[in-house]
Design a protein around this ligand. Structure first.
Ligand code: HEC
Length: 238
């Protein structure tokens, strides 16, 4: 049944009933209200139709062909020099670990803290960066390097070429930028982890690698009295 005949029938039934019940002016009032209702309904349906047209305007799908532009493509080429948001990375020290082609020596703590949304005093910030670094190191590096950095991780025990221990003079003296570079670009048989580990996390790992190195090469004199006693109780000699 079409829309028009449906409302006509509805009207007839309602009006006839009202009149037959001798409702008098109530009936005409009802008829009047009903026509307003029907008009509103018709307007609503008409407007809903308009909305459909607007939602489905003429447009091109991504990479669709078009004869409007000379190159036959609907998508326009990027303006030369366009850089995707978040990919500018002109801060070579932070994103490459290098300055003037040399690995950096100073840890970019402030930038790492900002990116990892860490705040607090210097010690709290560094402790949280190290916490994050430890977590990431244990996930991404320990399989080969072992959780202490000895280079005898579980993968190595099953046959993967052993990495050098972090606890050699060469790596203890290597600038921090070198560690960042190794994570970012890989080295020899070690694959790079640029795709898996974002820059701030790489720096957190670098800080933790330094902490690992220190943990195996600290001067006993730097320890607190309690730690020194604990060490002696275990029979360790300085
Ligand atoms: C799949 C095993 C593997 C994983 C995982 C791995 N490495 Fe390595 N890494 C190696 C190997 C093998 C070498 C030795 C590379 C060579 O000299 O050929 C190495 C070397 C290194 C070196 C020494 C570079 C030098 O100057 O000799 C550092 C530092 C290092 N890795 C850091 C890391 C960090 C940090 C991670 C975690 C993000 C990591 N590695 C994850 C296997 C791994």
């Amino acid at each position: 049944m079409s829309h028009a005949s449906w409302t006509t029938t509805l009207r007839r039934i309602v009006v006839t009933r009202s009149v037959s019940e001798d409702a008098g002016c109530d009936a005409s009032l009802f008829t009047w209200r009903l026509s307003i209702g029907v008009t509103a309904l018709v307007l609503f349906i008409a407007c809903a139709g308009c909305r459909q047209d607007m939602a489905d305007q003429p447009h091109f799908e991504p990479l669709e062909a078009s004869d409007f532009f000379a190159d036959g493509q609907a998508s326009r080429p990027l303006v030369p020099g366009t850089v995707a948001r978040g990919h500018l990375r002109i801060d070579k020290a932070f994103f490459e670990g290098q300055e003037n082609g040399k690995p950096i020596e100073t840890y970019p703590r402030q930038k790492v803290a900002e990116r990892l949304r860490i705040s607090g005093d210097d010690e709290q910030v560094m402790a949280r960066i190290l916490g994050r670094g430890r977590e990431r190191f244990d996930i991404f590096c320990a399989a080969c390097h072992d959780r202490t950095g000895s280079g005898q991780g579980i993968v190595v025990q099953r046959g993967f070429p052993a990495p050098p221990s972090y606890h050699s003079d060469r790596l203890r003296e290597a600038p921090i930028g070198h560690f960042y570079d190794v994570i970012t670009h890989g080295l020899g048989r070690m694959p790079d982890y640029a795709g898996q580990i974002p820059p701030a996390d790489r720096w957190a790992i670098v800080a933790y690698v330094r902490a690992l190195q220190l943990s195996q090469h600290a001067d006993v004199g730097e320890l607190s009295a309690i730690d020194r006693e604990a060490l002696q109780a275990r029979g360790a000699t300085p």
